[in-house]
Design a protein around this ligand. Structure first.
Ligand code: GLA
Length: 729
């Protein structure tokens, strides 16, 4: 049993293999948070909390004679608002009488076998592990709002999920102005925040900063989880390292606007509130209806490596769905950086022939294949093959590609429309534009209003027709601009604040319908590279194009940052041309291969321009990747270098689940003259087993982990090396 209720102390205890989470219903009916951390057993952690008379922190009316009791200092599972807890709150609403407050007290709880699901939203599922659900119901009797706090407890995975269902229990409409998924309190300790910021072509850059007093906000209001701020954050001890120290990870499983607020308050307590971004959010909650918030995935661990492993495991096994989640991902070639829009059947066939020769398994036809798509000014919305470029149609091309033994994949950007398109000319009101205002343009395109049912059906039918008509086994689903001028021409004015969330409910539903109707199709998410790299998207697309930056040296930081929360199998990574198209940098093919092997591996360059020696090297890379893929994608991933080392080198290691094999990769970003040799301690091996190191010598795992390995001098432009570590006895 992972969830217990202790009647005598009114404690609710959640337990996973290595962690405990405690809450307690106090005498007033408030649901207090008590503890989240390493496993504790049944100890009642209320001894930790002492209450004092805190000046300027008021008291609930029925406790007015006890000035020690204040909502402003109590750790809570989900906060009230407008009634004396002045820290960041979980919810904000207004009632029909104009009042803007609510105070929640415990009403009931239930413990259920299995994991709850959230209507219309992606969420972690049980798969072949087991979970239990706790639902605690809170009620505000004046505003008539009931909240069901749901906790999914995954014992084996050391993961707890959370969501809140907010119900209008009265007879008047309630307006939700903020509806967070969770509040998590860390009442004691000194914390660093690690977050993942970025920009187009430089996503998920890790930054570690000590929390200072005030409210830290990590958010996206771009209508996408964004290149700028990923919906994943870690709080860890000041001293925490890869191996040691308390680390908490919080990942919002949502692809739209999000906000995480972290407050270090006047009493040195930390409160984290995370969920849908409340800026421009307003939801009409009619009587007897409810609002479901997106899921948060929580884990805590000793050390950053263990924390990452828990997120990798849960995403790989319990977030990603479908036949590709743990199985082989086809090695692909994508024509984008080879041809851009200037494609035709002849060029594509030549590229595909070279690709088939070196062992590529899937050809992906990128942007430019449809009518009027000679550049990015026109065409989006009209998904009809361009017979000028493809005189034998898409089916003629696919037949040729299939005849070479390659599968065929197609790029689409279904959520978008160009003004210069038949779709826009027929339905200008399907695009999101605000009345009497010229819209913001980005890449000459507008965003379709997916909150409208007819747009939902149009997109579903377009994709379903393509997948039915053609032999397509892979879709690259792109999304190349943020949402602005958010307005639905079909929604009444008071409900415009619902449009962005309704957009995502509709998008998830399209994905859900398509993945069920076409289970053999592998979807790769993309949003100008990694602008929608989140656990929500990963439920439907097992891999996501990690960045439009294919320079291996830039990719080192992007992939390093991504690895804190997301598994290697989720990271779309390609070998591209040198000099690189985004940075102009020259790098060796071996280094490009080494870096792209930390992901769902592929190529994106004009193979017809390469020498036989280069093609031979690629052939060897593909063969090697295919052999090592089960370990790379489904084994354990270790970061061997830190952010401080990154100015000189990056190193990482894959270890097979049974520790029989490992691959260490190192890329030197700045070779230093006459410097000490790079020396690293390996991780995750069996200490008692003997391993062969690159076939050169044999040594105990304990030696490699405790004494390490000294690298030969790696000189030149961005040299790299891979070390094969194979158990011999
Ligand atoms: C986006 C993607 C690229 C490519 C182009 C095509 O930028 O991230 O990989 O598909 O669109 O227009």
């Amino acid at each position: 049993m992972s969830i217990r209720y202790i009647e005598s102390t009114r404690q609710l205890i959640l337990e996973t293999a290595h962690t405990s989470y405690q809450m307690k219903i106090d005498g007033m009916g408030y649901l207090n948070h008590q503890f989240y951390g390493p496993k504790l057993g049944q100890n009642d952690m209320s001894y930790l909390y002492r209450t004092y008379d805190h000046g300027f922190s008021g008291n609930p009316y029925d406790m007015r004679n006890n000035r020690d009791f204040s909502l402003d200092s109590m750790p809570q599972e989900y906060t009230s608002f407008g009634v004396g807890d002045f820290r960041v709150n979980s919810i904000a609403s207004s009632c029909s009488d104009g009042s803007r407050c609510a105070e929640f007290r415990y009403e009931a709880h239930e413990i259920l076998d299995g994991k709850y699901s959230i209507p219309g939203l992606p969420s972690v599922y049980e798969g072949d592990t087991q979970a239990q659900t706790l639902i605690v119901t809170l009620l505000d009797t004046a505003a008539n709002i009931r909240i069901k706090l749901c906790y999914g407890v995954f014992d084996e995975l050391d993961v707890i999920t959370r969501t809140a269902e907010i119900i209008n229990a009265g007879s008047e409409t309630v307006w939700l102005r903020k509806a967070s998924s969770m509040c998590l309190e860390l009442p004691f300790g000194k914390w660093d925040m690690i977050h993942f910021y970025g920009r187009h072509c430089m996503e998920r850059q890790p930054e570690r900063v000590p929390l200072f007093h005030g409210i830290h906000t990590l958010a996206s209001g771009r209508g996408m989880s964004s290149h700028q701020h990923n919906p994943f954050v870690i709080l860890c001890d000041h001293e925490a390292t890869e191996e040691n120290g308390a680390c908490y990870g919080m990942m919002l499983m949502y692809s739209g606007n999000h906000k995480t607020e972290i407050e270090l308050d006047q009493f040195d307590s930390v409160r984290v509130v995370t969920g849908i971004n409340d800026d421009r959010f307003r939801w009409e909650l009619s009587p007897a209806t409810s609002f479901h918030t997106p899921e948060v995935i929580l884990s805590c661990a000793n050390g950053l490596t263990e924390l990452s492993h828990r997120f990798h495991r849960v995403i790989r096994n319990n977030v990603v769905r479908g036949q590709y989640k743990l199985s082989h991902r086809p090695v692909l070639i994508n024509n984008w950086e080879a041809t851009y829009f200037d494609l035709n059947e002849e060029k594509i066939v030549k590229l595909a022939e070279k690709a088939a020769d070196i062992g590529v398994e899937l050809f992906v036809l990128d942007d430019g294949w449809f009518k009027n798509r000679v550049d990015d000014n026109a065409g989006l919305g009209d998904w009809i093959p361009d017979t000028d470029k493809l005189p034998n149609g898409l089916d003629g091309l696919i037949e040729k590609i299939n005849a070479m033994g390659l599968r065929f994949g197609l790029w689409v950007e279904p959520e978008m429309v160009n003004e210069d398109s038949d779709l826009y000319r027929a339905h200008p009101d399907w695009a999101m534009t605000a009345p009497n205002r010229a819209p913001m343009m980005a890449r000459n395109q507008l965003v379709l209003d997916l909150s409208r049912q007819e747009v939902h059906e149009y997109i579903y039918n377009t994709l379903s027709d393509l997948l039915t008509k053609y032999n397509i086994t892979y879709i690259k689903w792109d999304f190349n601009r943020p949402l602005a001028d958010v307005y639905s021409h079909a929604a009444p004015s008071p409900r415009q604040g619902e449009v962005t969330h309704r957009y995502y409910l509709s998008l998830y539903k399209i994905y859900d319908r398509l993945t069920k109707a076409f289970p053999h199709v592998l979807f790769e998410g993309c949003a100008g590279g990694g602008g929608r790299f989140d656990a929500g998207m990963l439920q439907y697309s097992p891999q996501i194009w990690c960045s439009d930056n294919t320079d291996p040296i830039s990719r080192l930081t992007i992939q390093y940052g991504t690895s804190f929360g997301y598994p290697v199998s989720a990271i779309g990574a390609h070998v591209s041309a040198t000099p690189n198209h985004q940075t102009g940098r020259l790098t060796p093919l071996s280094t490009r291969g080494t870096v792209a092997m930390m992901g769902a591996f592929g190529y994106e360059l004009d193979l017809t321009k390469l020498s036989d020696a280069e093609l031979d090297e690629m052939k060897a890379q593909i063969a090697r990747f295919k052999e090592l893929e089960p370990m790379i994608h489904n084994g354990l991933y270790y970061r061997l270098s830190s952010m401080e080392d990154s100015g000189c080198y990056f190193a990482w290691q894959f270890v097979a689940p049974d520790r029989s094999r490992s691959l260490l990769s190192i890329v030197v970003t700045n070779p230093l003259a006459n410097a000490a040799a790079i020396h690293l301690r390996l991780k995750g091996l069996d200490p008692d087993a003997t391993y062969s190191v690159n076939g050169e010598f044999e040594i105990l795992g304990a030696a490699l982990m405790n004494s390490g390995y000294t690298f030969p001098r790696l000189m030149g432009d961005y040299p790299s090396m891979q070390l094969d570590i194979i158990k011999v006895k």
